[in-house]
Design a protein. Structure first.
Length: 335
């Protein structure tokens, strides 16, 4: 469904010198710098796949989605979506996909969402019966039927995002590009949007490329992820491989119990204690956090308990976001 080969986008920006005289000098001599927002990115996505597209701020995720949508032209490389070249901006292609930007609105701010839906029906030339059936399905799945005639500016952030998803899906696109659709939403709204996307993908086999900084979105929706950093692809594969990399380590958390003089078994925990394996970090509340290899968890726990009295000792998996952050810092593909 999506074929990307060596896609590159270079932005050329003017470097203005500070102050008034810097502006005057810029009239006669200008310096420019080039930023590779996307640098020879290649990947392919099958029909019906729901793929996570990850990267830190400025990695090139939104730029890539805009190139696939035909909003900006690539500097070099090629892209094909359902056999179409996005740069040609053909009407047939524009009826085939939808783009949802979590930080930009497509609905009229001072009108009820229903009025914007009517406009989209006319733009796409939708059959009235098909339009009504699709709208009924979407508002039922998202639970916003009673909000259709409320001004968009009066809706909560979560309700507005649901309306944005409805607007994007009215013409039943085969490809859906989602750029941080849950940004700024509360926990309940995030969960509702995730459940909707999972159900919609299963029902209609829509190909979805999803960017998000919330690892809960990725772990609950995507089996495959593409990770980019500084415009370069550094990983493309199963989410389980990344999670497996985190499984090689565990986190041990515990809080030393203050020693009370005269009480048996209340020997204070050594202030200068260091683990035999792994690295230790002390929090503001005195809690000690250890990253240790999985095979050394038992040994380290025994060592901790023999040093002194402790409270609340727990063993946890390494969070997925920490594993992906390590990928960013390494800047190389996971092995």
């Amino acid at each position: 469904m999506i074929e990307v080969e060596n896609l590159t986008r270079i932005f050329r920006t003017y470097k203005k010198q500070p102050g008034f005289w810097g502006g005057v000098q810029g009239l006669f001599k200008r310096e420019f710098e080039e930023t590779r927002a996307a640098d020879n990115i290649s990947f392919s996505i099958k029909e019906g796949e729901l793929v996570g597209f990850l990267g830190p701020n400025g990695a090139g995720k939104t730029t890539t989605l805009k190139m696939l949508s035909g909003l900006i032209y690539p500097t070099s490389g090629t892209a094909r979506v359902a056999g179409f070249d996005p740069t040609k901006r053909e009407n047939e292609y524009r009826r085939l996909f939808a783009l949802v930007l979590g930080q930009k609105n497509q609905l009229w701010w001072d009108l009820p969402a229903q009025e914007s839906f009517y406009l989209l029906r006319a733009i796409y030339g939708l059959d009235p019966k098909q339009y009504q059936a699709t709208l009924d399905e979407l508002v039922t799945l998202l639970g916003v039927r009673e909000k259709l005639n409320v001004m968009v500016r009066e809706l909560s952030l979560g309700e507005r995002m649901k309306m944005e998803l409805i607007a994007a899906l009215l013409h039943r696109p085969r490809v859906l590009f989602l750029d941080e659709p849950t940004i700024g939403l509360d926990v309940v709204s995030q969960k509702n949007v995730r459940e909707f996307l999972r159900d919609y993908n299963r029902r209609h086999k829509t190909t979805i490329l999803l960017t998000s900084h919330y690892m809960a979105d990725i772990s609950s929706l995507c089996e495959r992820v593409i990770v980019i950093d500084h415009g370069k692809k550094i990983y493309d594969g199963g989410l389980d491989r990344i999670a497996g990399a985190g499984a090689r380590q565990r986190i041990i958390k515990f809080k030393p119990r203050p020693g009370l003089s005269g009480l048996e078994g209340s020997n204070p925990f050594p202030a200068d204690w260091q683990p035999v394996q792994g690295t230790a970090k002390t929090g503001d509340d005195g809690e000690i956090l250890l990253h240790v290899p999985s095979e050394q968890v038992t040994t380290v726990c025994q060592q901790i308990l023999t040093q002194g009295a402790v409270d609340d000792i727990t063993i946890q998996d390494v969070p997925l976001e920490d594993v992906i952050t390590e990928l960013f810092s390494r800047g190389v593909a996971a092995k």
